[in-house]
Design a protein around this ligand. Sequence first.
Ligand code: SF4
Length: 180
Amino acid sequence: MSKPRFASVWLGGCSGCHMSFLDMDEWLFELAELVDVVYSPIVDVKEFPENVDITLVEGAVANEDNVEVARIVREHSRVVAAFGDCAVSTNVTGMRNPLGDPSTILERVYVDSPDRDQVIPEAAGIVPPLLPKVLPLHKVISVDFYMPGCPPSAAEIQRAIETLLSDDLRHGVTEDIRRG
Ligand code: SF4
């Protein structure tokens, strides 16, 4: 049987969840034996591939690019896990929500601030448009598994992946996906 195809994605987060992932240290070698890592910020693949068995999604959905990536991830993954508090509940990324419309915040930061060049990156096309509100992942796509924590500890991530893999293997996911 072929190995499960594993991916991780970084949306609106600080990358701390992925740093915690790397803290699994030696177990990463075991993981590399158990799965094929087909996409991640830590590997050099640009396009999210098809037929992924398990995808961990770090970060909340904060801008239009995040929405698009989340939808592609959902379409191409059998199991999607919200990885860390930002994905689960918006957490730090959602701290802008009580401040209202993002255009007000952008004006304040980039135009009113005296030490900037007074260009709003979004208006200049440098960054994707922000959503009116930061959303947890489950408000944009369906989520199969939640891994809270800011960040989840390396031990918690390992336990979660082991659970996902055992579930995955029990249901013969990799074979089902390729038959479909
Ligand atoms: Fe960073 Fe915490 Fe959000 Fe993870 S949950 S992306 S560590 S702020």
